[in-house]
Design a protein around this ligand. Structure first.
Ligand code: NDP
Ligand code: 8X3
Length: 256
Protein backbone atom coordinates (compact mmCIF):
# COMPACT_ATOMS: atom_id res chain seq x y z
CA UNK A 1 0.00 0.00 0.00
CA UNK A 2 1.23 3.51 -0.81
CA UNK A 3 2.52 5.67 2.06
CA UNK A 4 -0.05 8.35 1.27
CA UNK A 5 -3.03 6.08 1.90
CA UNK A 6 -5.34 7.74 4.46
CA UNK A 7 -3.23 10.92 4.61
CA UNK A 8 -4.56 14.44 3.97
CA UNK A 9 -3.07 16.17 0.94
CA UNK A 10 -3.70 19.88 0.43
CA UNK A 11 -3.32 20.98 -3.21
CA UNK A 12 -3.54 24.63 -4.23
CA UNK A 13 -4.61 25.28 -7.81
CA UNK A 14 -6.45 21.98 -8.11
CA UNK A 15 -8.94 23.22 -10.72
CA UNK A 16 -6.63 22.63 -13.66
CA UNK A 17 -3.35 21.27 -15.03
CA UNK A 18 -0.73 19.98 -12.61
CA UNK A 19 -2.88 20.48 -9.52
CA UNK A 20 -5.84 18.57 -10.94
CA UNK A 21 -3.51 15.72 -12.03
CA UNK A 22 -2.07 15.58 -8.49
CA UNK A 23 -5.58 15.29 -7.06
CA UNK A 24 -6.19 12.30 -9.31
CA UNK A 25 -3.04 10.31 -8.47
CA UNK A 26 -3.22 10.95 -4.72
CA UNK A 27 -6.93 10.05 -4.56
CA UNK A 28 -6.32 6.95 -6.67
CA UNK A 29 -3.82 5.86 -4.03
CA UNK A 30 -6.20 6.37 -1.15
CA UNK A 31 -5.23 9.86 0.07
CA UNK A 32 -7.88 12.29 1.33
CA UNK A 33 -7.81 15.66 -0.36
CA UNK A 34 -8.11 19.34 0.44
CA UNK A 35 -8.54 21.12 -2.88
CA UNK A 36 -8.29 24.85 -3.50
CA UNK A 37 -8.69 27.20 -6.44
CA UNK A 38 -10.84 30.18 -7.39
CA UNK A 39 -13.20 28.44 -9.83
CA UNK A 40 -15.73 26.94 -7.44
CA UNK A 41 -17.66 25.08 -10.19
CA UNK A 42 -14.53 23.16 -11.16
CA UNK A 43 -13.64 22.49 -7.53
CA UNK A 44 -17.09 21.12 -6.83
CA UNK A 45 -16.99 18.95 -9.92
CA UNK A 46 -13.52 17.57 -9.03
CA UNK A 47 -14.73 16.92 -5.47
CA UNK A 48 -17.78 14.93 -6.66
CA UNK A 49 -15.85 12.96 -9.28
CA UNK A 50 -13.00 11.99 -6.94
CA UNK A 51 -15.26 10.95 -4.07
CA UNK A 52 -17.34 8.83 -6.44
CA UNK A 53 -14.34 7.30 -8.24
CA UNK A 54 -11.98 6.60 -5.33
CA UNK A 55 -14.14 6.65 -2.19
CA UNK A 56 -11.84 9.14 -0.42
CA UNK A 57 -12.70 12.25 1.60
CA UNK A 58 -12.43 15.51 -0.34
CA UNK A 59 -12.83 19.01 1.09
CA UNK A 60 -12.91 22.01 -1.23
CA UNK A 61 -12.06 25.62 -0.42
CA UNK A 62 -12.64 28.17 -3.12
CA UNK A 63 -10.56 31.28 -2.57
CA UNK A 64 -7.90 33.52 -4.06
CA UNK A 65 -4.50 32.70 -2.52
CA UNK A 66 -3.58 36.38 -2.77
CA UNK A 67 -5.81 36.86 0.32
CA UNK A 68 -3.97 35.81 3.48
CA UNK A 69 -7.20 35.91 5.52
CA UNK A 70 -8.75 33.30 3.24
CA UNK A 71 -5.83 30.93 3.79
CA UNK A 72 -6.19 31.45 7.55
CA UNK A 73 -9.94 30.77 7.32
CA UNK A 74 -9.21 27.46 5.61
CA UNK A 75 -6.58 26.55 8.23
CA UNK A 76 -9.03 27.38 11.05
CA UNK A 77 -11.74 25.30 9.44
CA UNK A 78 -9.35 22.35 9.10
CA UNK A 79 -8.34 22.72 12.72
CA UNK A 80 -11.99 22.72 13.80
CA UNK A 81 -12.42 19.49 11.87
CA UNK A 82 -9.25 18.12 13.54
CA UNK A 83 -7.52 17.74 10.21
CA UNK A 84 -3.79 18.38 9.91
CA UNK A 85 -2.58 18.30 6.30
CA UNK A 86 0.19 15.70 5.90
CA UNK A 87 1.26 17.04 2.52
CA UNK A 88 0.99 20.61 1.23
CA UNK A 89 1.42 21.02 -2.52
CA UNK A 90 1.98 24.71 -3.26
CA UNK A 91 1.05 24.50 -6.91
CA UNK A 92 -1.22 27.48 -7.68
CA UNK A 93 0.61 29.94 -9.87
CA UNK A 94 0.72 31.60 -13.23
CA UNK A 95 2.58 33.56 -15.83
CA UNK A 96 0.70 36.64 -16.99
CA UNK A 97 2.06 38.29 -20.14
CA UNK A 98 5.34 37.79 -21.96
CA UNK A 99 6.78 41.20 -22.78
CA UNK A 100 10.02 43.10 -22.69
CA UNK A 101 10.49 44.54 -19.21
CA UNK A 102 10.14 48.11 -20.46
CA UNK A 103 6.75 47.26 -21.96
CA UNK A 104 5.29 44.90 -19.33
CA UNK A 105 1.97 45.60 -17.67
CA UNK A 106 2.16 46.46 -13.98
CA UNK A 107 -1.10 44.54 -13.48
CA UNK A 108 0.57 41.38 -14.88
CA UNK A 109 3.61 41.84 -12.64
CA UNK A 110 1.45 42.30 -9.55
CA UNK A 111 -0.64 39.24 -10.38
CA UNK A 112 2.48 37.04 -10.69
CA UNK A 113 4.28 38.40 -7.65
CA UNK A 114 1.14 38.30 -5.49
CA UNK A 115 0.20 34.76 -6.55
CA UNK A 116 3.49 32.94 -7.09
CA UNK A 117 5.41 34.44 -4.17
CA UNK A 118 3.00 35.99 -1.69
CA UNK A 119 0.21 33.43 -2.21
CA UNK A 120 2.64 30.55 -1.70
CA UNK A 121 3.91 32.25 1.45
CA UNK A 122 0.40 32.92 2.77
CA UNK A 123 -0.74 29.30 2.42
CA UNK A 124 2.55 28.04 3.86
CA UNK A 125 2.31 30.44 6.82
CA UNK A 126 -1.26 29.32 7.51
CA UNK A 127 -0.63 25.56 7.23
CA UNK A 128 2.99 24.89 8.22
CA UNK A 129 2.55 25.67 11.96
CA UNK A 130 0.13 22.73 12.19
CA UNK A 131 2.75 20.42 10.66
CA UNK A 132 5.47 21.76 12.96
CA UNK A 133 3.22 21.23 15.98
CA UNK A 134 2.65 17.67 14.78
CA UNK A 135 6.35 17.24 13.85
CA UNK A 136 5.32 15.55 10.63
CA UNK A 137 4.62 16.61 7.07
CA UNK A 138 5.83 17.34 3.58
CA UNK A 139 5.80 20.61 1.66
CA UNK A 140 6.07 20.41 -2.12
CA UNK A 141 6.58 23.71 -3.93
CA UNK A 142 6.02 23.90 -7.66
CA UNK A 143 8.84 26.01 -9.01
CA UNK A 144 9.95 25.92 -12.63
CA UNK A 145 12.96 25.63 -14.86
CA UNK A 146 12.18 29.37 -15.21
CA UNK A 147 13.61 29.62 -11.69
CA UNK A 148 16.97 28.25 -12.86
CA UNK A 149 17.58 30.19 -16.07
CA UNK A 150 16.14 33.50 -17.27
CA UNK A 151 14.85 33.75 -20.84
CA UNK A 152 13.91 36.80 -22.95
CA UNK A 153 10.58 38.36 -21.94
CA UNK A 154 10.31 35.95 -18.99
CA UNK A 155 11.59 38.65 -16.61
CA UNK A 156 9.01 38.91 -13.79
CA UNK A 157 7.76 35.33 -14.13
CA UNK A 158 11.41 34.19 -13.94
CA UNK A 159 11.92 36.36 -10.88
CA UNK A 160 8.93 34.81 -9.10
CA UNK A 161 10.20 31.30 -9.78
CA UNK A 162 13.71 32.22 -8.63
CA UNK A 163 11.94 33.36 -5.46
CA UNK A 164 10.19 29.99 -5.14
CA UNK A 165 13.60 28.30 -5.45
CA UNK A 166 14.98 30.52 -2.67
CA UNK A 167 11.92 29.97 -0.47
CA UNK A 168 12.13 26.20 -0.97
CA UNK A 169 15.72 26.28 0.26
CA UNK A 170 14.77 28.61 3.13
CA UNK A 171 11.86 26.42 4.25
CA UNK A 172 14.18 23.40 4.26
CA UNK A 173 16.75 25.19 6.41
CA UNK A 174 14.15 26.44 8.89
CA UNK A 175 12.70 22.94 9.26
CA UNK A 176 15.93 21.33 10.36
CA UNK A 177 15.32 19.35 13.55
CA UNK A 178 11.78 18.47 12.49
CA UNK A 179 10.54 15.48 10.53
CA UNK A 180 9.04 17.77 7.89
CA UNK A 181 10.48 17.48 4.41
CA UNK A 182 10.41 20.08 1.66
CA UNK A 183 10.90 19.71 -2.08
CA UNK A 184 10.64 21.89 -5.12
CA UNK A 185 9.47 20.29 -8.35
CA UNK A 186 10.67 22.36 -11.28
CA UNK A 187 9.10 21.52 -14.65
CA UNK A 188 9.98 22.73 -18.12
CA UNK A 189 7.26 23.04 -20.77
CA UNK A 190 4.13 21.20 -19.68
CA UNK A 191 0.87 21.40 -21.63
CA UNK A 192 -1.79 22.82 -19.30
CA UNK A 193 -3.83 26.04 -19.29
CA UNK A 194 -0.58 27.81 -18.35
CA UNK A 195 0.09 29.37 -21.79
CA UNK A 196 -3.54 30.33 -22.34
CA UNK A 197 -3.40 32.23 -19.05
CA UNK A 198 0.00 33.70 -19.93
CA UNK A 199 -1.32 35.01 -23.27
CA UNK A 200 -4.48 36.42 -21.70
CA UNK A 201 -6.81 33.84 -23.24
CA UNK A 202 -5.28 33.71 -26.75
CA UNK A 203 -5.70 29.99 -27.50
CA UNK A 204 -3.86 30.08 -30.86
CA UNK A 205 -0.79 31.69 -29.36
CA UNK A 206 -0.92 29.24 -26.47
CA UNK A 207 -1.18 26.19 -28.76
CA UNK A 208 1.97 27.26 -30.65
CA UNK A 209 4.05 26.88 -27.47
CA UNK A 210 3.47 23.12 -27.63
CA UNK A 211 3.86 22.56 -31.39
CA UNK A 212 6.56 20.37 -32.96
CA UNK A 213 7.55 18.33 -29.90
CA UNK A 214 6.11 16.31 -27.05
CA UNK A 215 5.71 18.56 -24.03
CA UNK A 216 5.36 17.23 -20.50
CA UNK A 217 1.85 16.23 -19.42
CA UNK A 218 0.37 17.23 -16.05
CA UNK A 219 0.39 13.51 -15.16
CA UNK A 220 4.20 13.49 -15.50
CA UNK A 221 4.47 16.21 -12.87
CA UNK A 222 1.92 14.50 -10.62
CA UNK A 223 3.84 11.21 -10.88
CA UNK A 224 7.06 12.96 -9.82
CA UNK A 225 5.35 14.59 -6.83
CA UNK A 226 3.82 11.27 -5.86
CA UNK A 227 7.27 9.64 -6.05
CA UNK A 228 8.81 12.32 -3.83
CA UNK A 229 6.04 11.99 -1.24
CA UNK A 230 6.45 8.21 -1.17
CA UNK A 231 10.17 8.25 -0.43
CA UNK A 232 11.01 6.74 2.97
CA UNK A 233 10.74 9.20 5.89
CA UNK A 234 14.53 9.56 6.16
CA UNK A 235 14.83 10.61 2.50
CA UNK A 236 14.31 14.29 1.72
CA UNK A 237 14.40 14.95 -2.03
CA UNK A 238 14.82 18.71 -2.02
CA UNK A 239 14.65 19.47 -5.72
CA UNK A 240 13.64 17.76 -8.93
CA UNK A 241 14.05 19.38 -12.36
CA UNK A 242 11.93 17.84 -15.11
CA UNK A 243 12.22 18.72 -18.79
CA UNK A 244 10.50 17.20 -21.81
CA UNK A 245 13.10 15.06 -23.59
CA UNK A 246 12.87 17.45 -26.56
CA UNK A 247 13.81 20.43 -24.37
CA UNK A 248 17.19 20.60 -22.65
CA UNK A 249 17.04 24.25 -21.50
CA UNK A 250 15.05 27.41 -22.18
CA UNK A 251 17.29 27.79 -25.26
CA UNK A 252 17.89 24.25 -26.52
CA UNK A 253 14.97 22.49 -28.19
CA UNK A 254 14.38 19.73 -30.70
CA UNK A 255 11.29 21.02 -32.49
CA UNK A 256 10.25 19.39 -35.78
P1 NDP B 1 -2.90 25.97 -15.01
O1 NDP B 1 -3.21 27.33 -15.49
O2 NDP B 1 -3.50 24.82 -15.72
O3 NDP B 1 -3.27 25.85 -13.45
C1 NDP B 1 -2.99 26.89 -12.54
C2 NDP B 1 -3.78 26.66 -11.27
O4 NDP B 1 -3.46 27.71 -10.34
C3 NDP B 1 -5.28 26.69 -11.48
O5 NDP B 1 -5.88 25.65 -10.74
C4 NDP B 1 -5.69 28.04 -10.91
O6 NDP B 1 -7.00 27.94 -10.35
C5 NDP B 1 -4.66 28.25 -9.81
N1 NDP B 1 -4.49 29.66 -9.48
C6 NDP B 1 -3.94 30.63 -10.24
N2 NDP B 1 -4.02 31.82 -9.62
C7 NDP B 1 -4.64 31.59 -8.44
C8 NDP B 1 -5.02 32.42 -7.35
N3 NDP B 1 -4.77 33.74 -7.35
N4 NDP B 1 -5.65 31.86 -6.29
C9 NDP B 1 -5.90 30.53 -6.27
N5 NDP B 1 -5.56 29.69 -7.26
C10 NDP B 1 -4.96 30.22 -8.34
O7 NDP B 1 -1.32 25.86 -15.04
P2 NDP B 1 -0.30 24.74 -14.50
O8 NDP B 1 -1.01 23.56 -14.00
O9 NDP B 1 0.72 24.57 -15.54
O10 NDP B 1 0.37 25.55 -13.31
C11 NDP B 1 0.57 25.01 -12.02
C12 NDP B 1 1.93 25.44 -11.51
O11 NDP B 1 2.93 24.85 -12.33
C13 NDP B 1 2.18 26.94 -11.53
O12 NDP B 1 2.82 27.30 -10.34
C14 NDP B 1 3.12 27.12 -12.72
O13 NDP B 1 3.94 28.25 -12.59
C15 NDP B 1 3.90 25.84 -12.63
N6 NDP B 1 4.62 25.46 -13.82
C16 NDP B 1 3.96 25.22 -15.00
C17 NDP B 1 4.67 24.85 -16.12
C18 NDP B 1 4.02 24.64 -17.44
O14 NDP B 1 4.73 24.63 -18.47
N7 NDP B 1 2.71 24.44 -17.49
C19 NDP B 1 6.12 24.63 -16.06
C20 NDP B 1 6.72 24.96 -14.80
C21 NDP B 1 5.98 25.31 -13.73
P3 NDP B 1 -8.16 29.03 -10.51
O15 NDP B 1 -7.95 29.73 -11.82
O16 NDP B 1 -9.41 28.21 -10.44
O17 NDP B 1 -7.99 29.90 -9.33
C1 8X3 C 1 6.77 27.30 -17.11
C2 8X3 C 1 7.87 26.88 -18.02
O1 8X3 C 1 9.56 27.74 -19.72
O2 8X3 C 1 7.31 28.61 -19.88
O3 8X3 C 1 7.25 27.64 -15.86
O4 8X3 C 1 8.76 29.32 -18.12
S1 8X3 C 1 8.39 28.22 -18.97
Amino acid sequence: MSQVHGKWVLITGATSGNGRACAEIFAKNGANLILTGRRSDRLESAQNILIEKYNVKVRAYSFDIREFNEAVKMANDLQSAEIIPDILINNAGLASGKDKIYQGLISDWEKMIDTNIKGLLYVTRAILPMMVENNEGHVVNIGSTAGHLVYPEGNVYNATKYAVKALNEAINLDLVGTNIRCCSIDPGACETEFSEVRFHGDKNKAAKVYEGYQPLKPEDIANAIFYVCNAPAHVNITNMVIYPTAQRSAYVWDKK
